[in-house]
Ligand binder design. Structure first.
Ligand SMILES: [Zn+2]
Length: 378
């Protein structure tokens, strides 16, 4: 564990150069490409194509199911099955209405804080390519006192694509087209990175990278590992539900983001002490198998991988929730990447945490034997 290392808020256990060396250019570029590629819930196809292209050479099979989940597997026919799940969908918007002046209105997909959308550059992903726009609002000078006090609603905001009228707008975009904020990756000091939708492209990257890092000589031939880039997590953990049913694993580990509490205003007494760069977060609570969590903790200890712990008193809002109650029940764990400013265009994570999470999962999978089971007992 890493809690005892230093008292600074960001704790790279190793230097940034060393973290980048460990990750390697190919894997880093894959991550950054996924962050620059749209995957609004229900419209994940562009990212899923990247995932298939990237992971195919490193696994025995890649299957896309009817729902859109992409499962890359080692030993897909093995009797013992581990499912690693990271969701690839991102929160966004859909065009709902085009007015006579050519301004667009939108509905949200997933849980946006509307304040975060005001003034954003956006991209509308149409059949004909991306259309650029901005999310506008009345200037503060023209607002009366009541306007200023009001929290904006999505229906009060519009998207301006520069069209001169409805006809021109309709020639470019269609009701139902998905919208994201402008997708960019910004690197920051101490191996931190800011981008929209590190929730949960970070987790998706971790499960694919874990699969790639598994030493096939160490993976038991009767143990199969399925790294799944799940869809539609943001509107109710839906891809994890369908993919877990299809794969029918005995062991399931979801990788998502969690709230880093090392920035202003976040309450530690309820949300725990979670720092960027101090390691992936292992959740404890009823949504997790006690024995599986213990096994993962042992692997972290023996491989000197830093981890942090947090307590979750209920079914989590992650794929771990769906996976645990699949069919007759699955031994489930949740590994989380600390994330500042979740569900904003500038979510911040640490590259050290995703690197450590991928190692933790790879080493864990290599340790599983066909007779490993986590059926609760004392
Ligand atoms: Zn989310």
């Amino acid at each position: 564990m890493s809690q005892d290392e230093t008292s600074t808020s960001v704790q790279p256990v190793i230097t940034e150069a060393e973290i980048l060396r460990r990750i390697g250019d190919t894997a880093y570029n894959f991550f950054s490409e996924t962050l620059n590629t749209p995957s609004v819930t229900g419209f994940e196809m562009p990212v899923q194509q990247l995932v298939r292209d990237y992971i195919s050479p490193h696994c025995d099979s890649v299957v896309t199911d009817e729902h859109g989940n992409v499962a890359a597997a080692l030993h897909p026919n093995a009797p013992k099955r581990i499912m690693l799940a990271g969701h690839c969908d991102q929160i966004g918007m859909l065009i709902s209405y085009i007015d006579n002046e050519g301004f667009l209105y939108a509905v949200t997909v997933g849980g946006w804080d509307i304040v975060q959308l005001v003034g954003q550059r956006v991209k509308i992903w149409t059949k004909g390519g991306a259309v650029s726009g901005v999310l506008g609002r009345k200037p503060i000078h023209l607002m009366d006192d009541d306007d200023r006090k009001k929290v904006p609603k999505i229906k009060d905001l519009w998207i301006d694509i520069g069209a001169k009228d409805k006809e021109e707008a309709e020639s470019l975009v269609t009701v139902g087209d998905p919208i994201t904020v402008e997708l960019t990756v910004m690197r920051m000091r101490n191996a931190l990175l800011a981008a929209a939708a590190t929730d949960d492209k970070a987790g998706m990257w971790v499960v694919m990278e874990a699969l790639r890092r598994i030493d096939k000589n160490k993976l038991h031939p009767e143990v199969g590992v399925f790294a799944v880039s799940t869809v539609q997590e943001e509107i109710g953990l839906r891809g994890a539900k369908t993919s877990a049913f299809g794969i029918d694993p005995q062991i399931g580990i979801a990788v998502d983001v969690t709230f880093a509490t090392d920035c202003p205003t976040i309450e530690k007494k309820q949300n725990g002490d979670v720092k960027l760069g101090a390691g992936p977060v292992v959740s404890r609570g009823p949504n997790m198998s006690v024995k599986l969590v213990n096994a993962i903790s042992e692997i972290a200890k023996s491989n000197e991988i830093p981890v942090q712990y947090c307590a979750e008193g209920r079914a989590t809002g992650t794929d771990a929730n769906s996976i645990q109650v699949n069919r007759a029940g699955v031994a489930t764990a949740l590994i989380s990447i600390p994330n500042r400013y979740m569900h904003s265009p500038v979510e911040v994570i640490s590259l050290a945490d995703i690197d450590n999470a991928a190692n933790l999962l790879a080493r864990y999978c290599e340790s599983v034997k066909p007779d490993t089971n986590y059926i609760p007992s004392v």
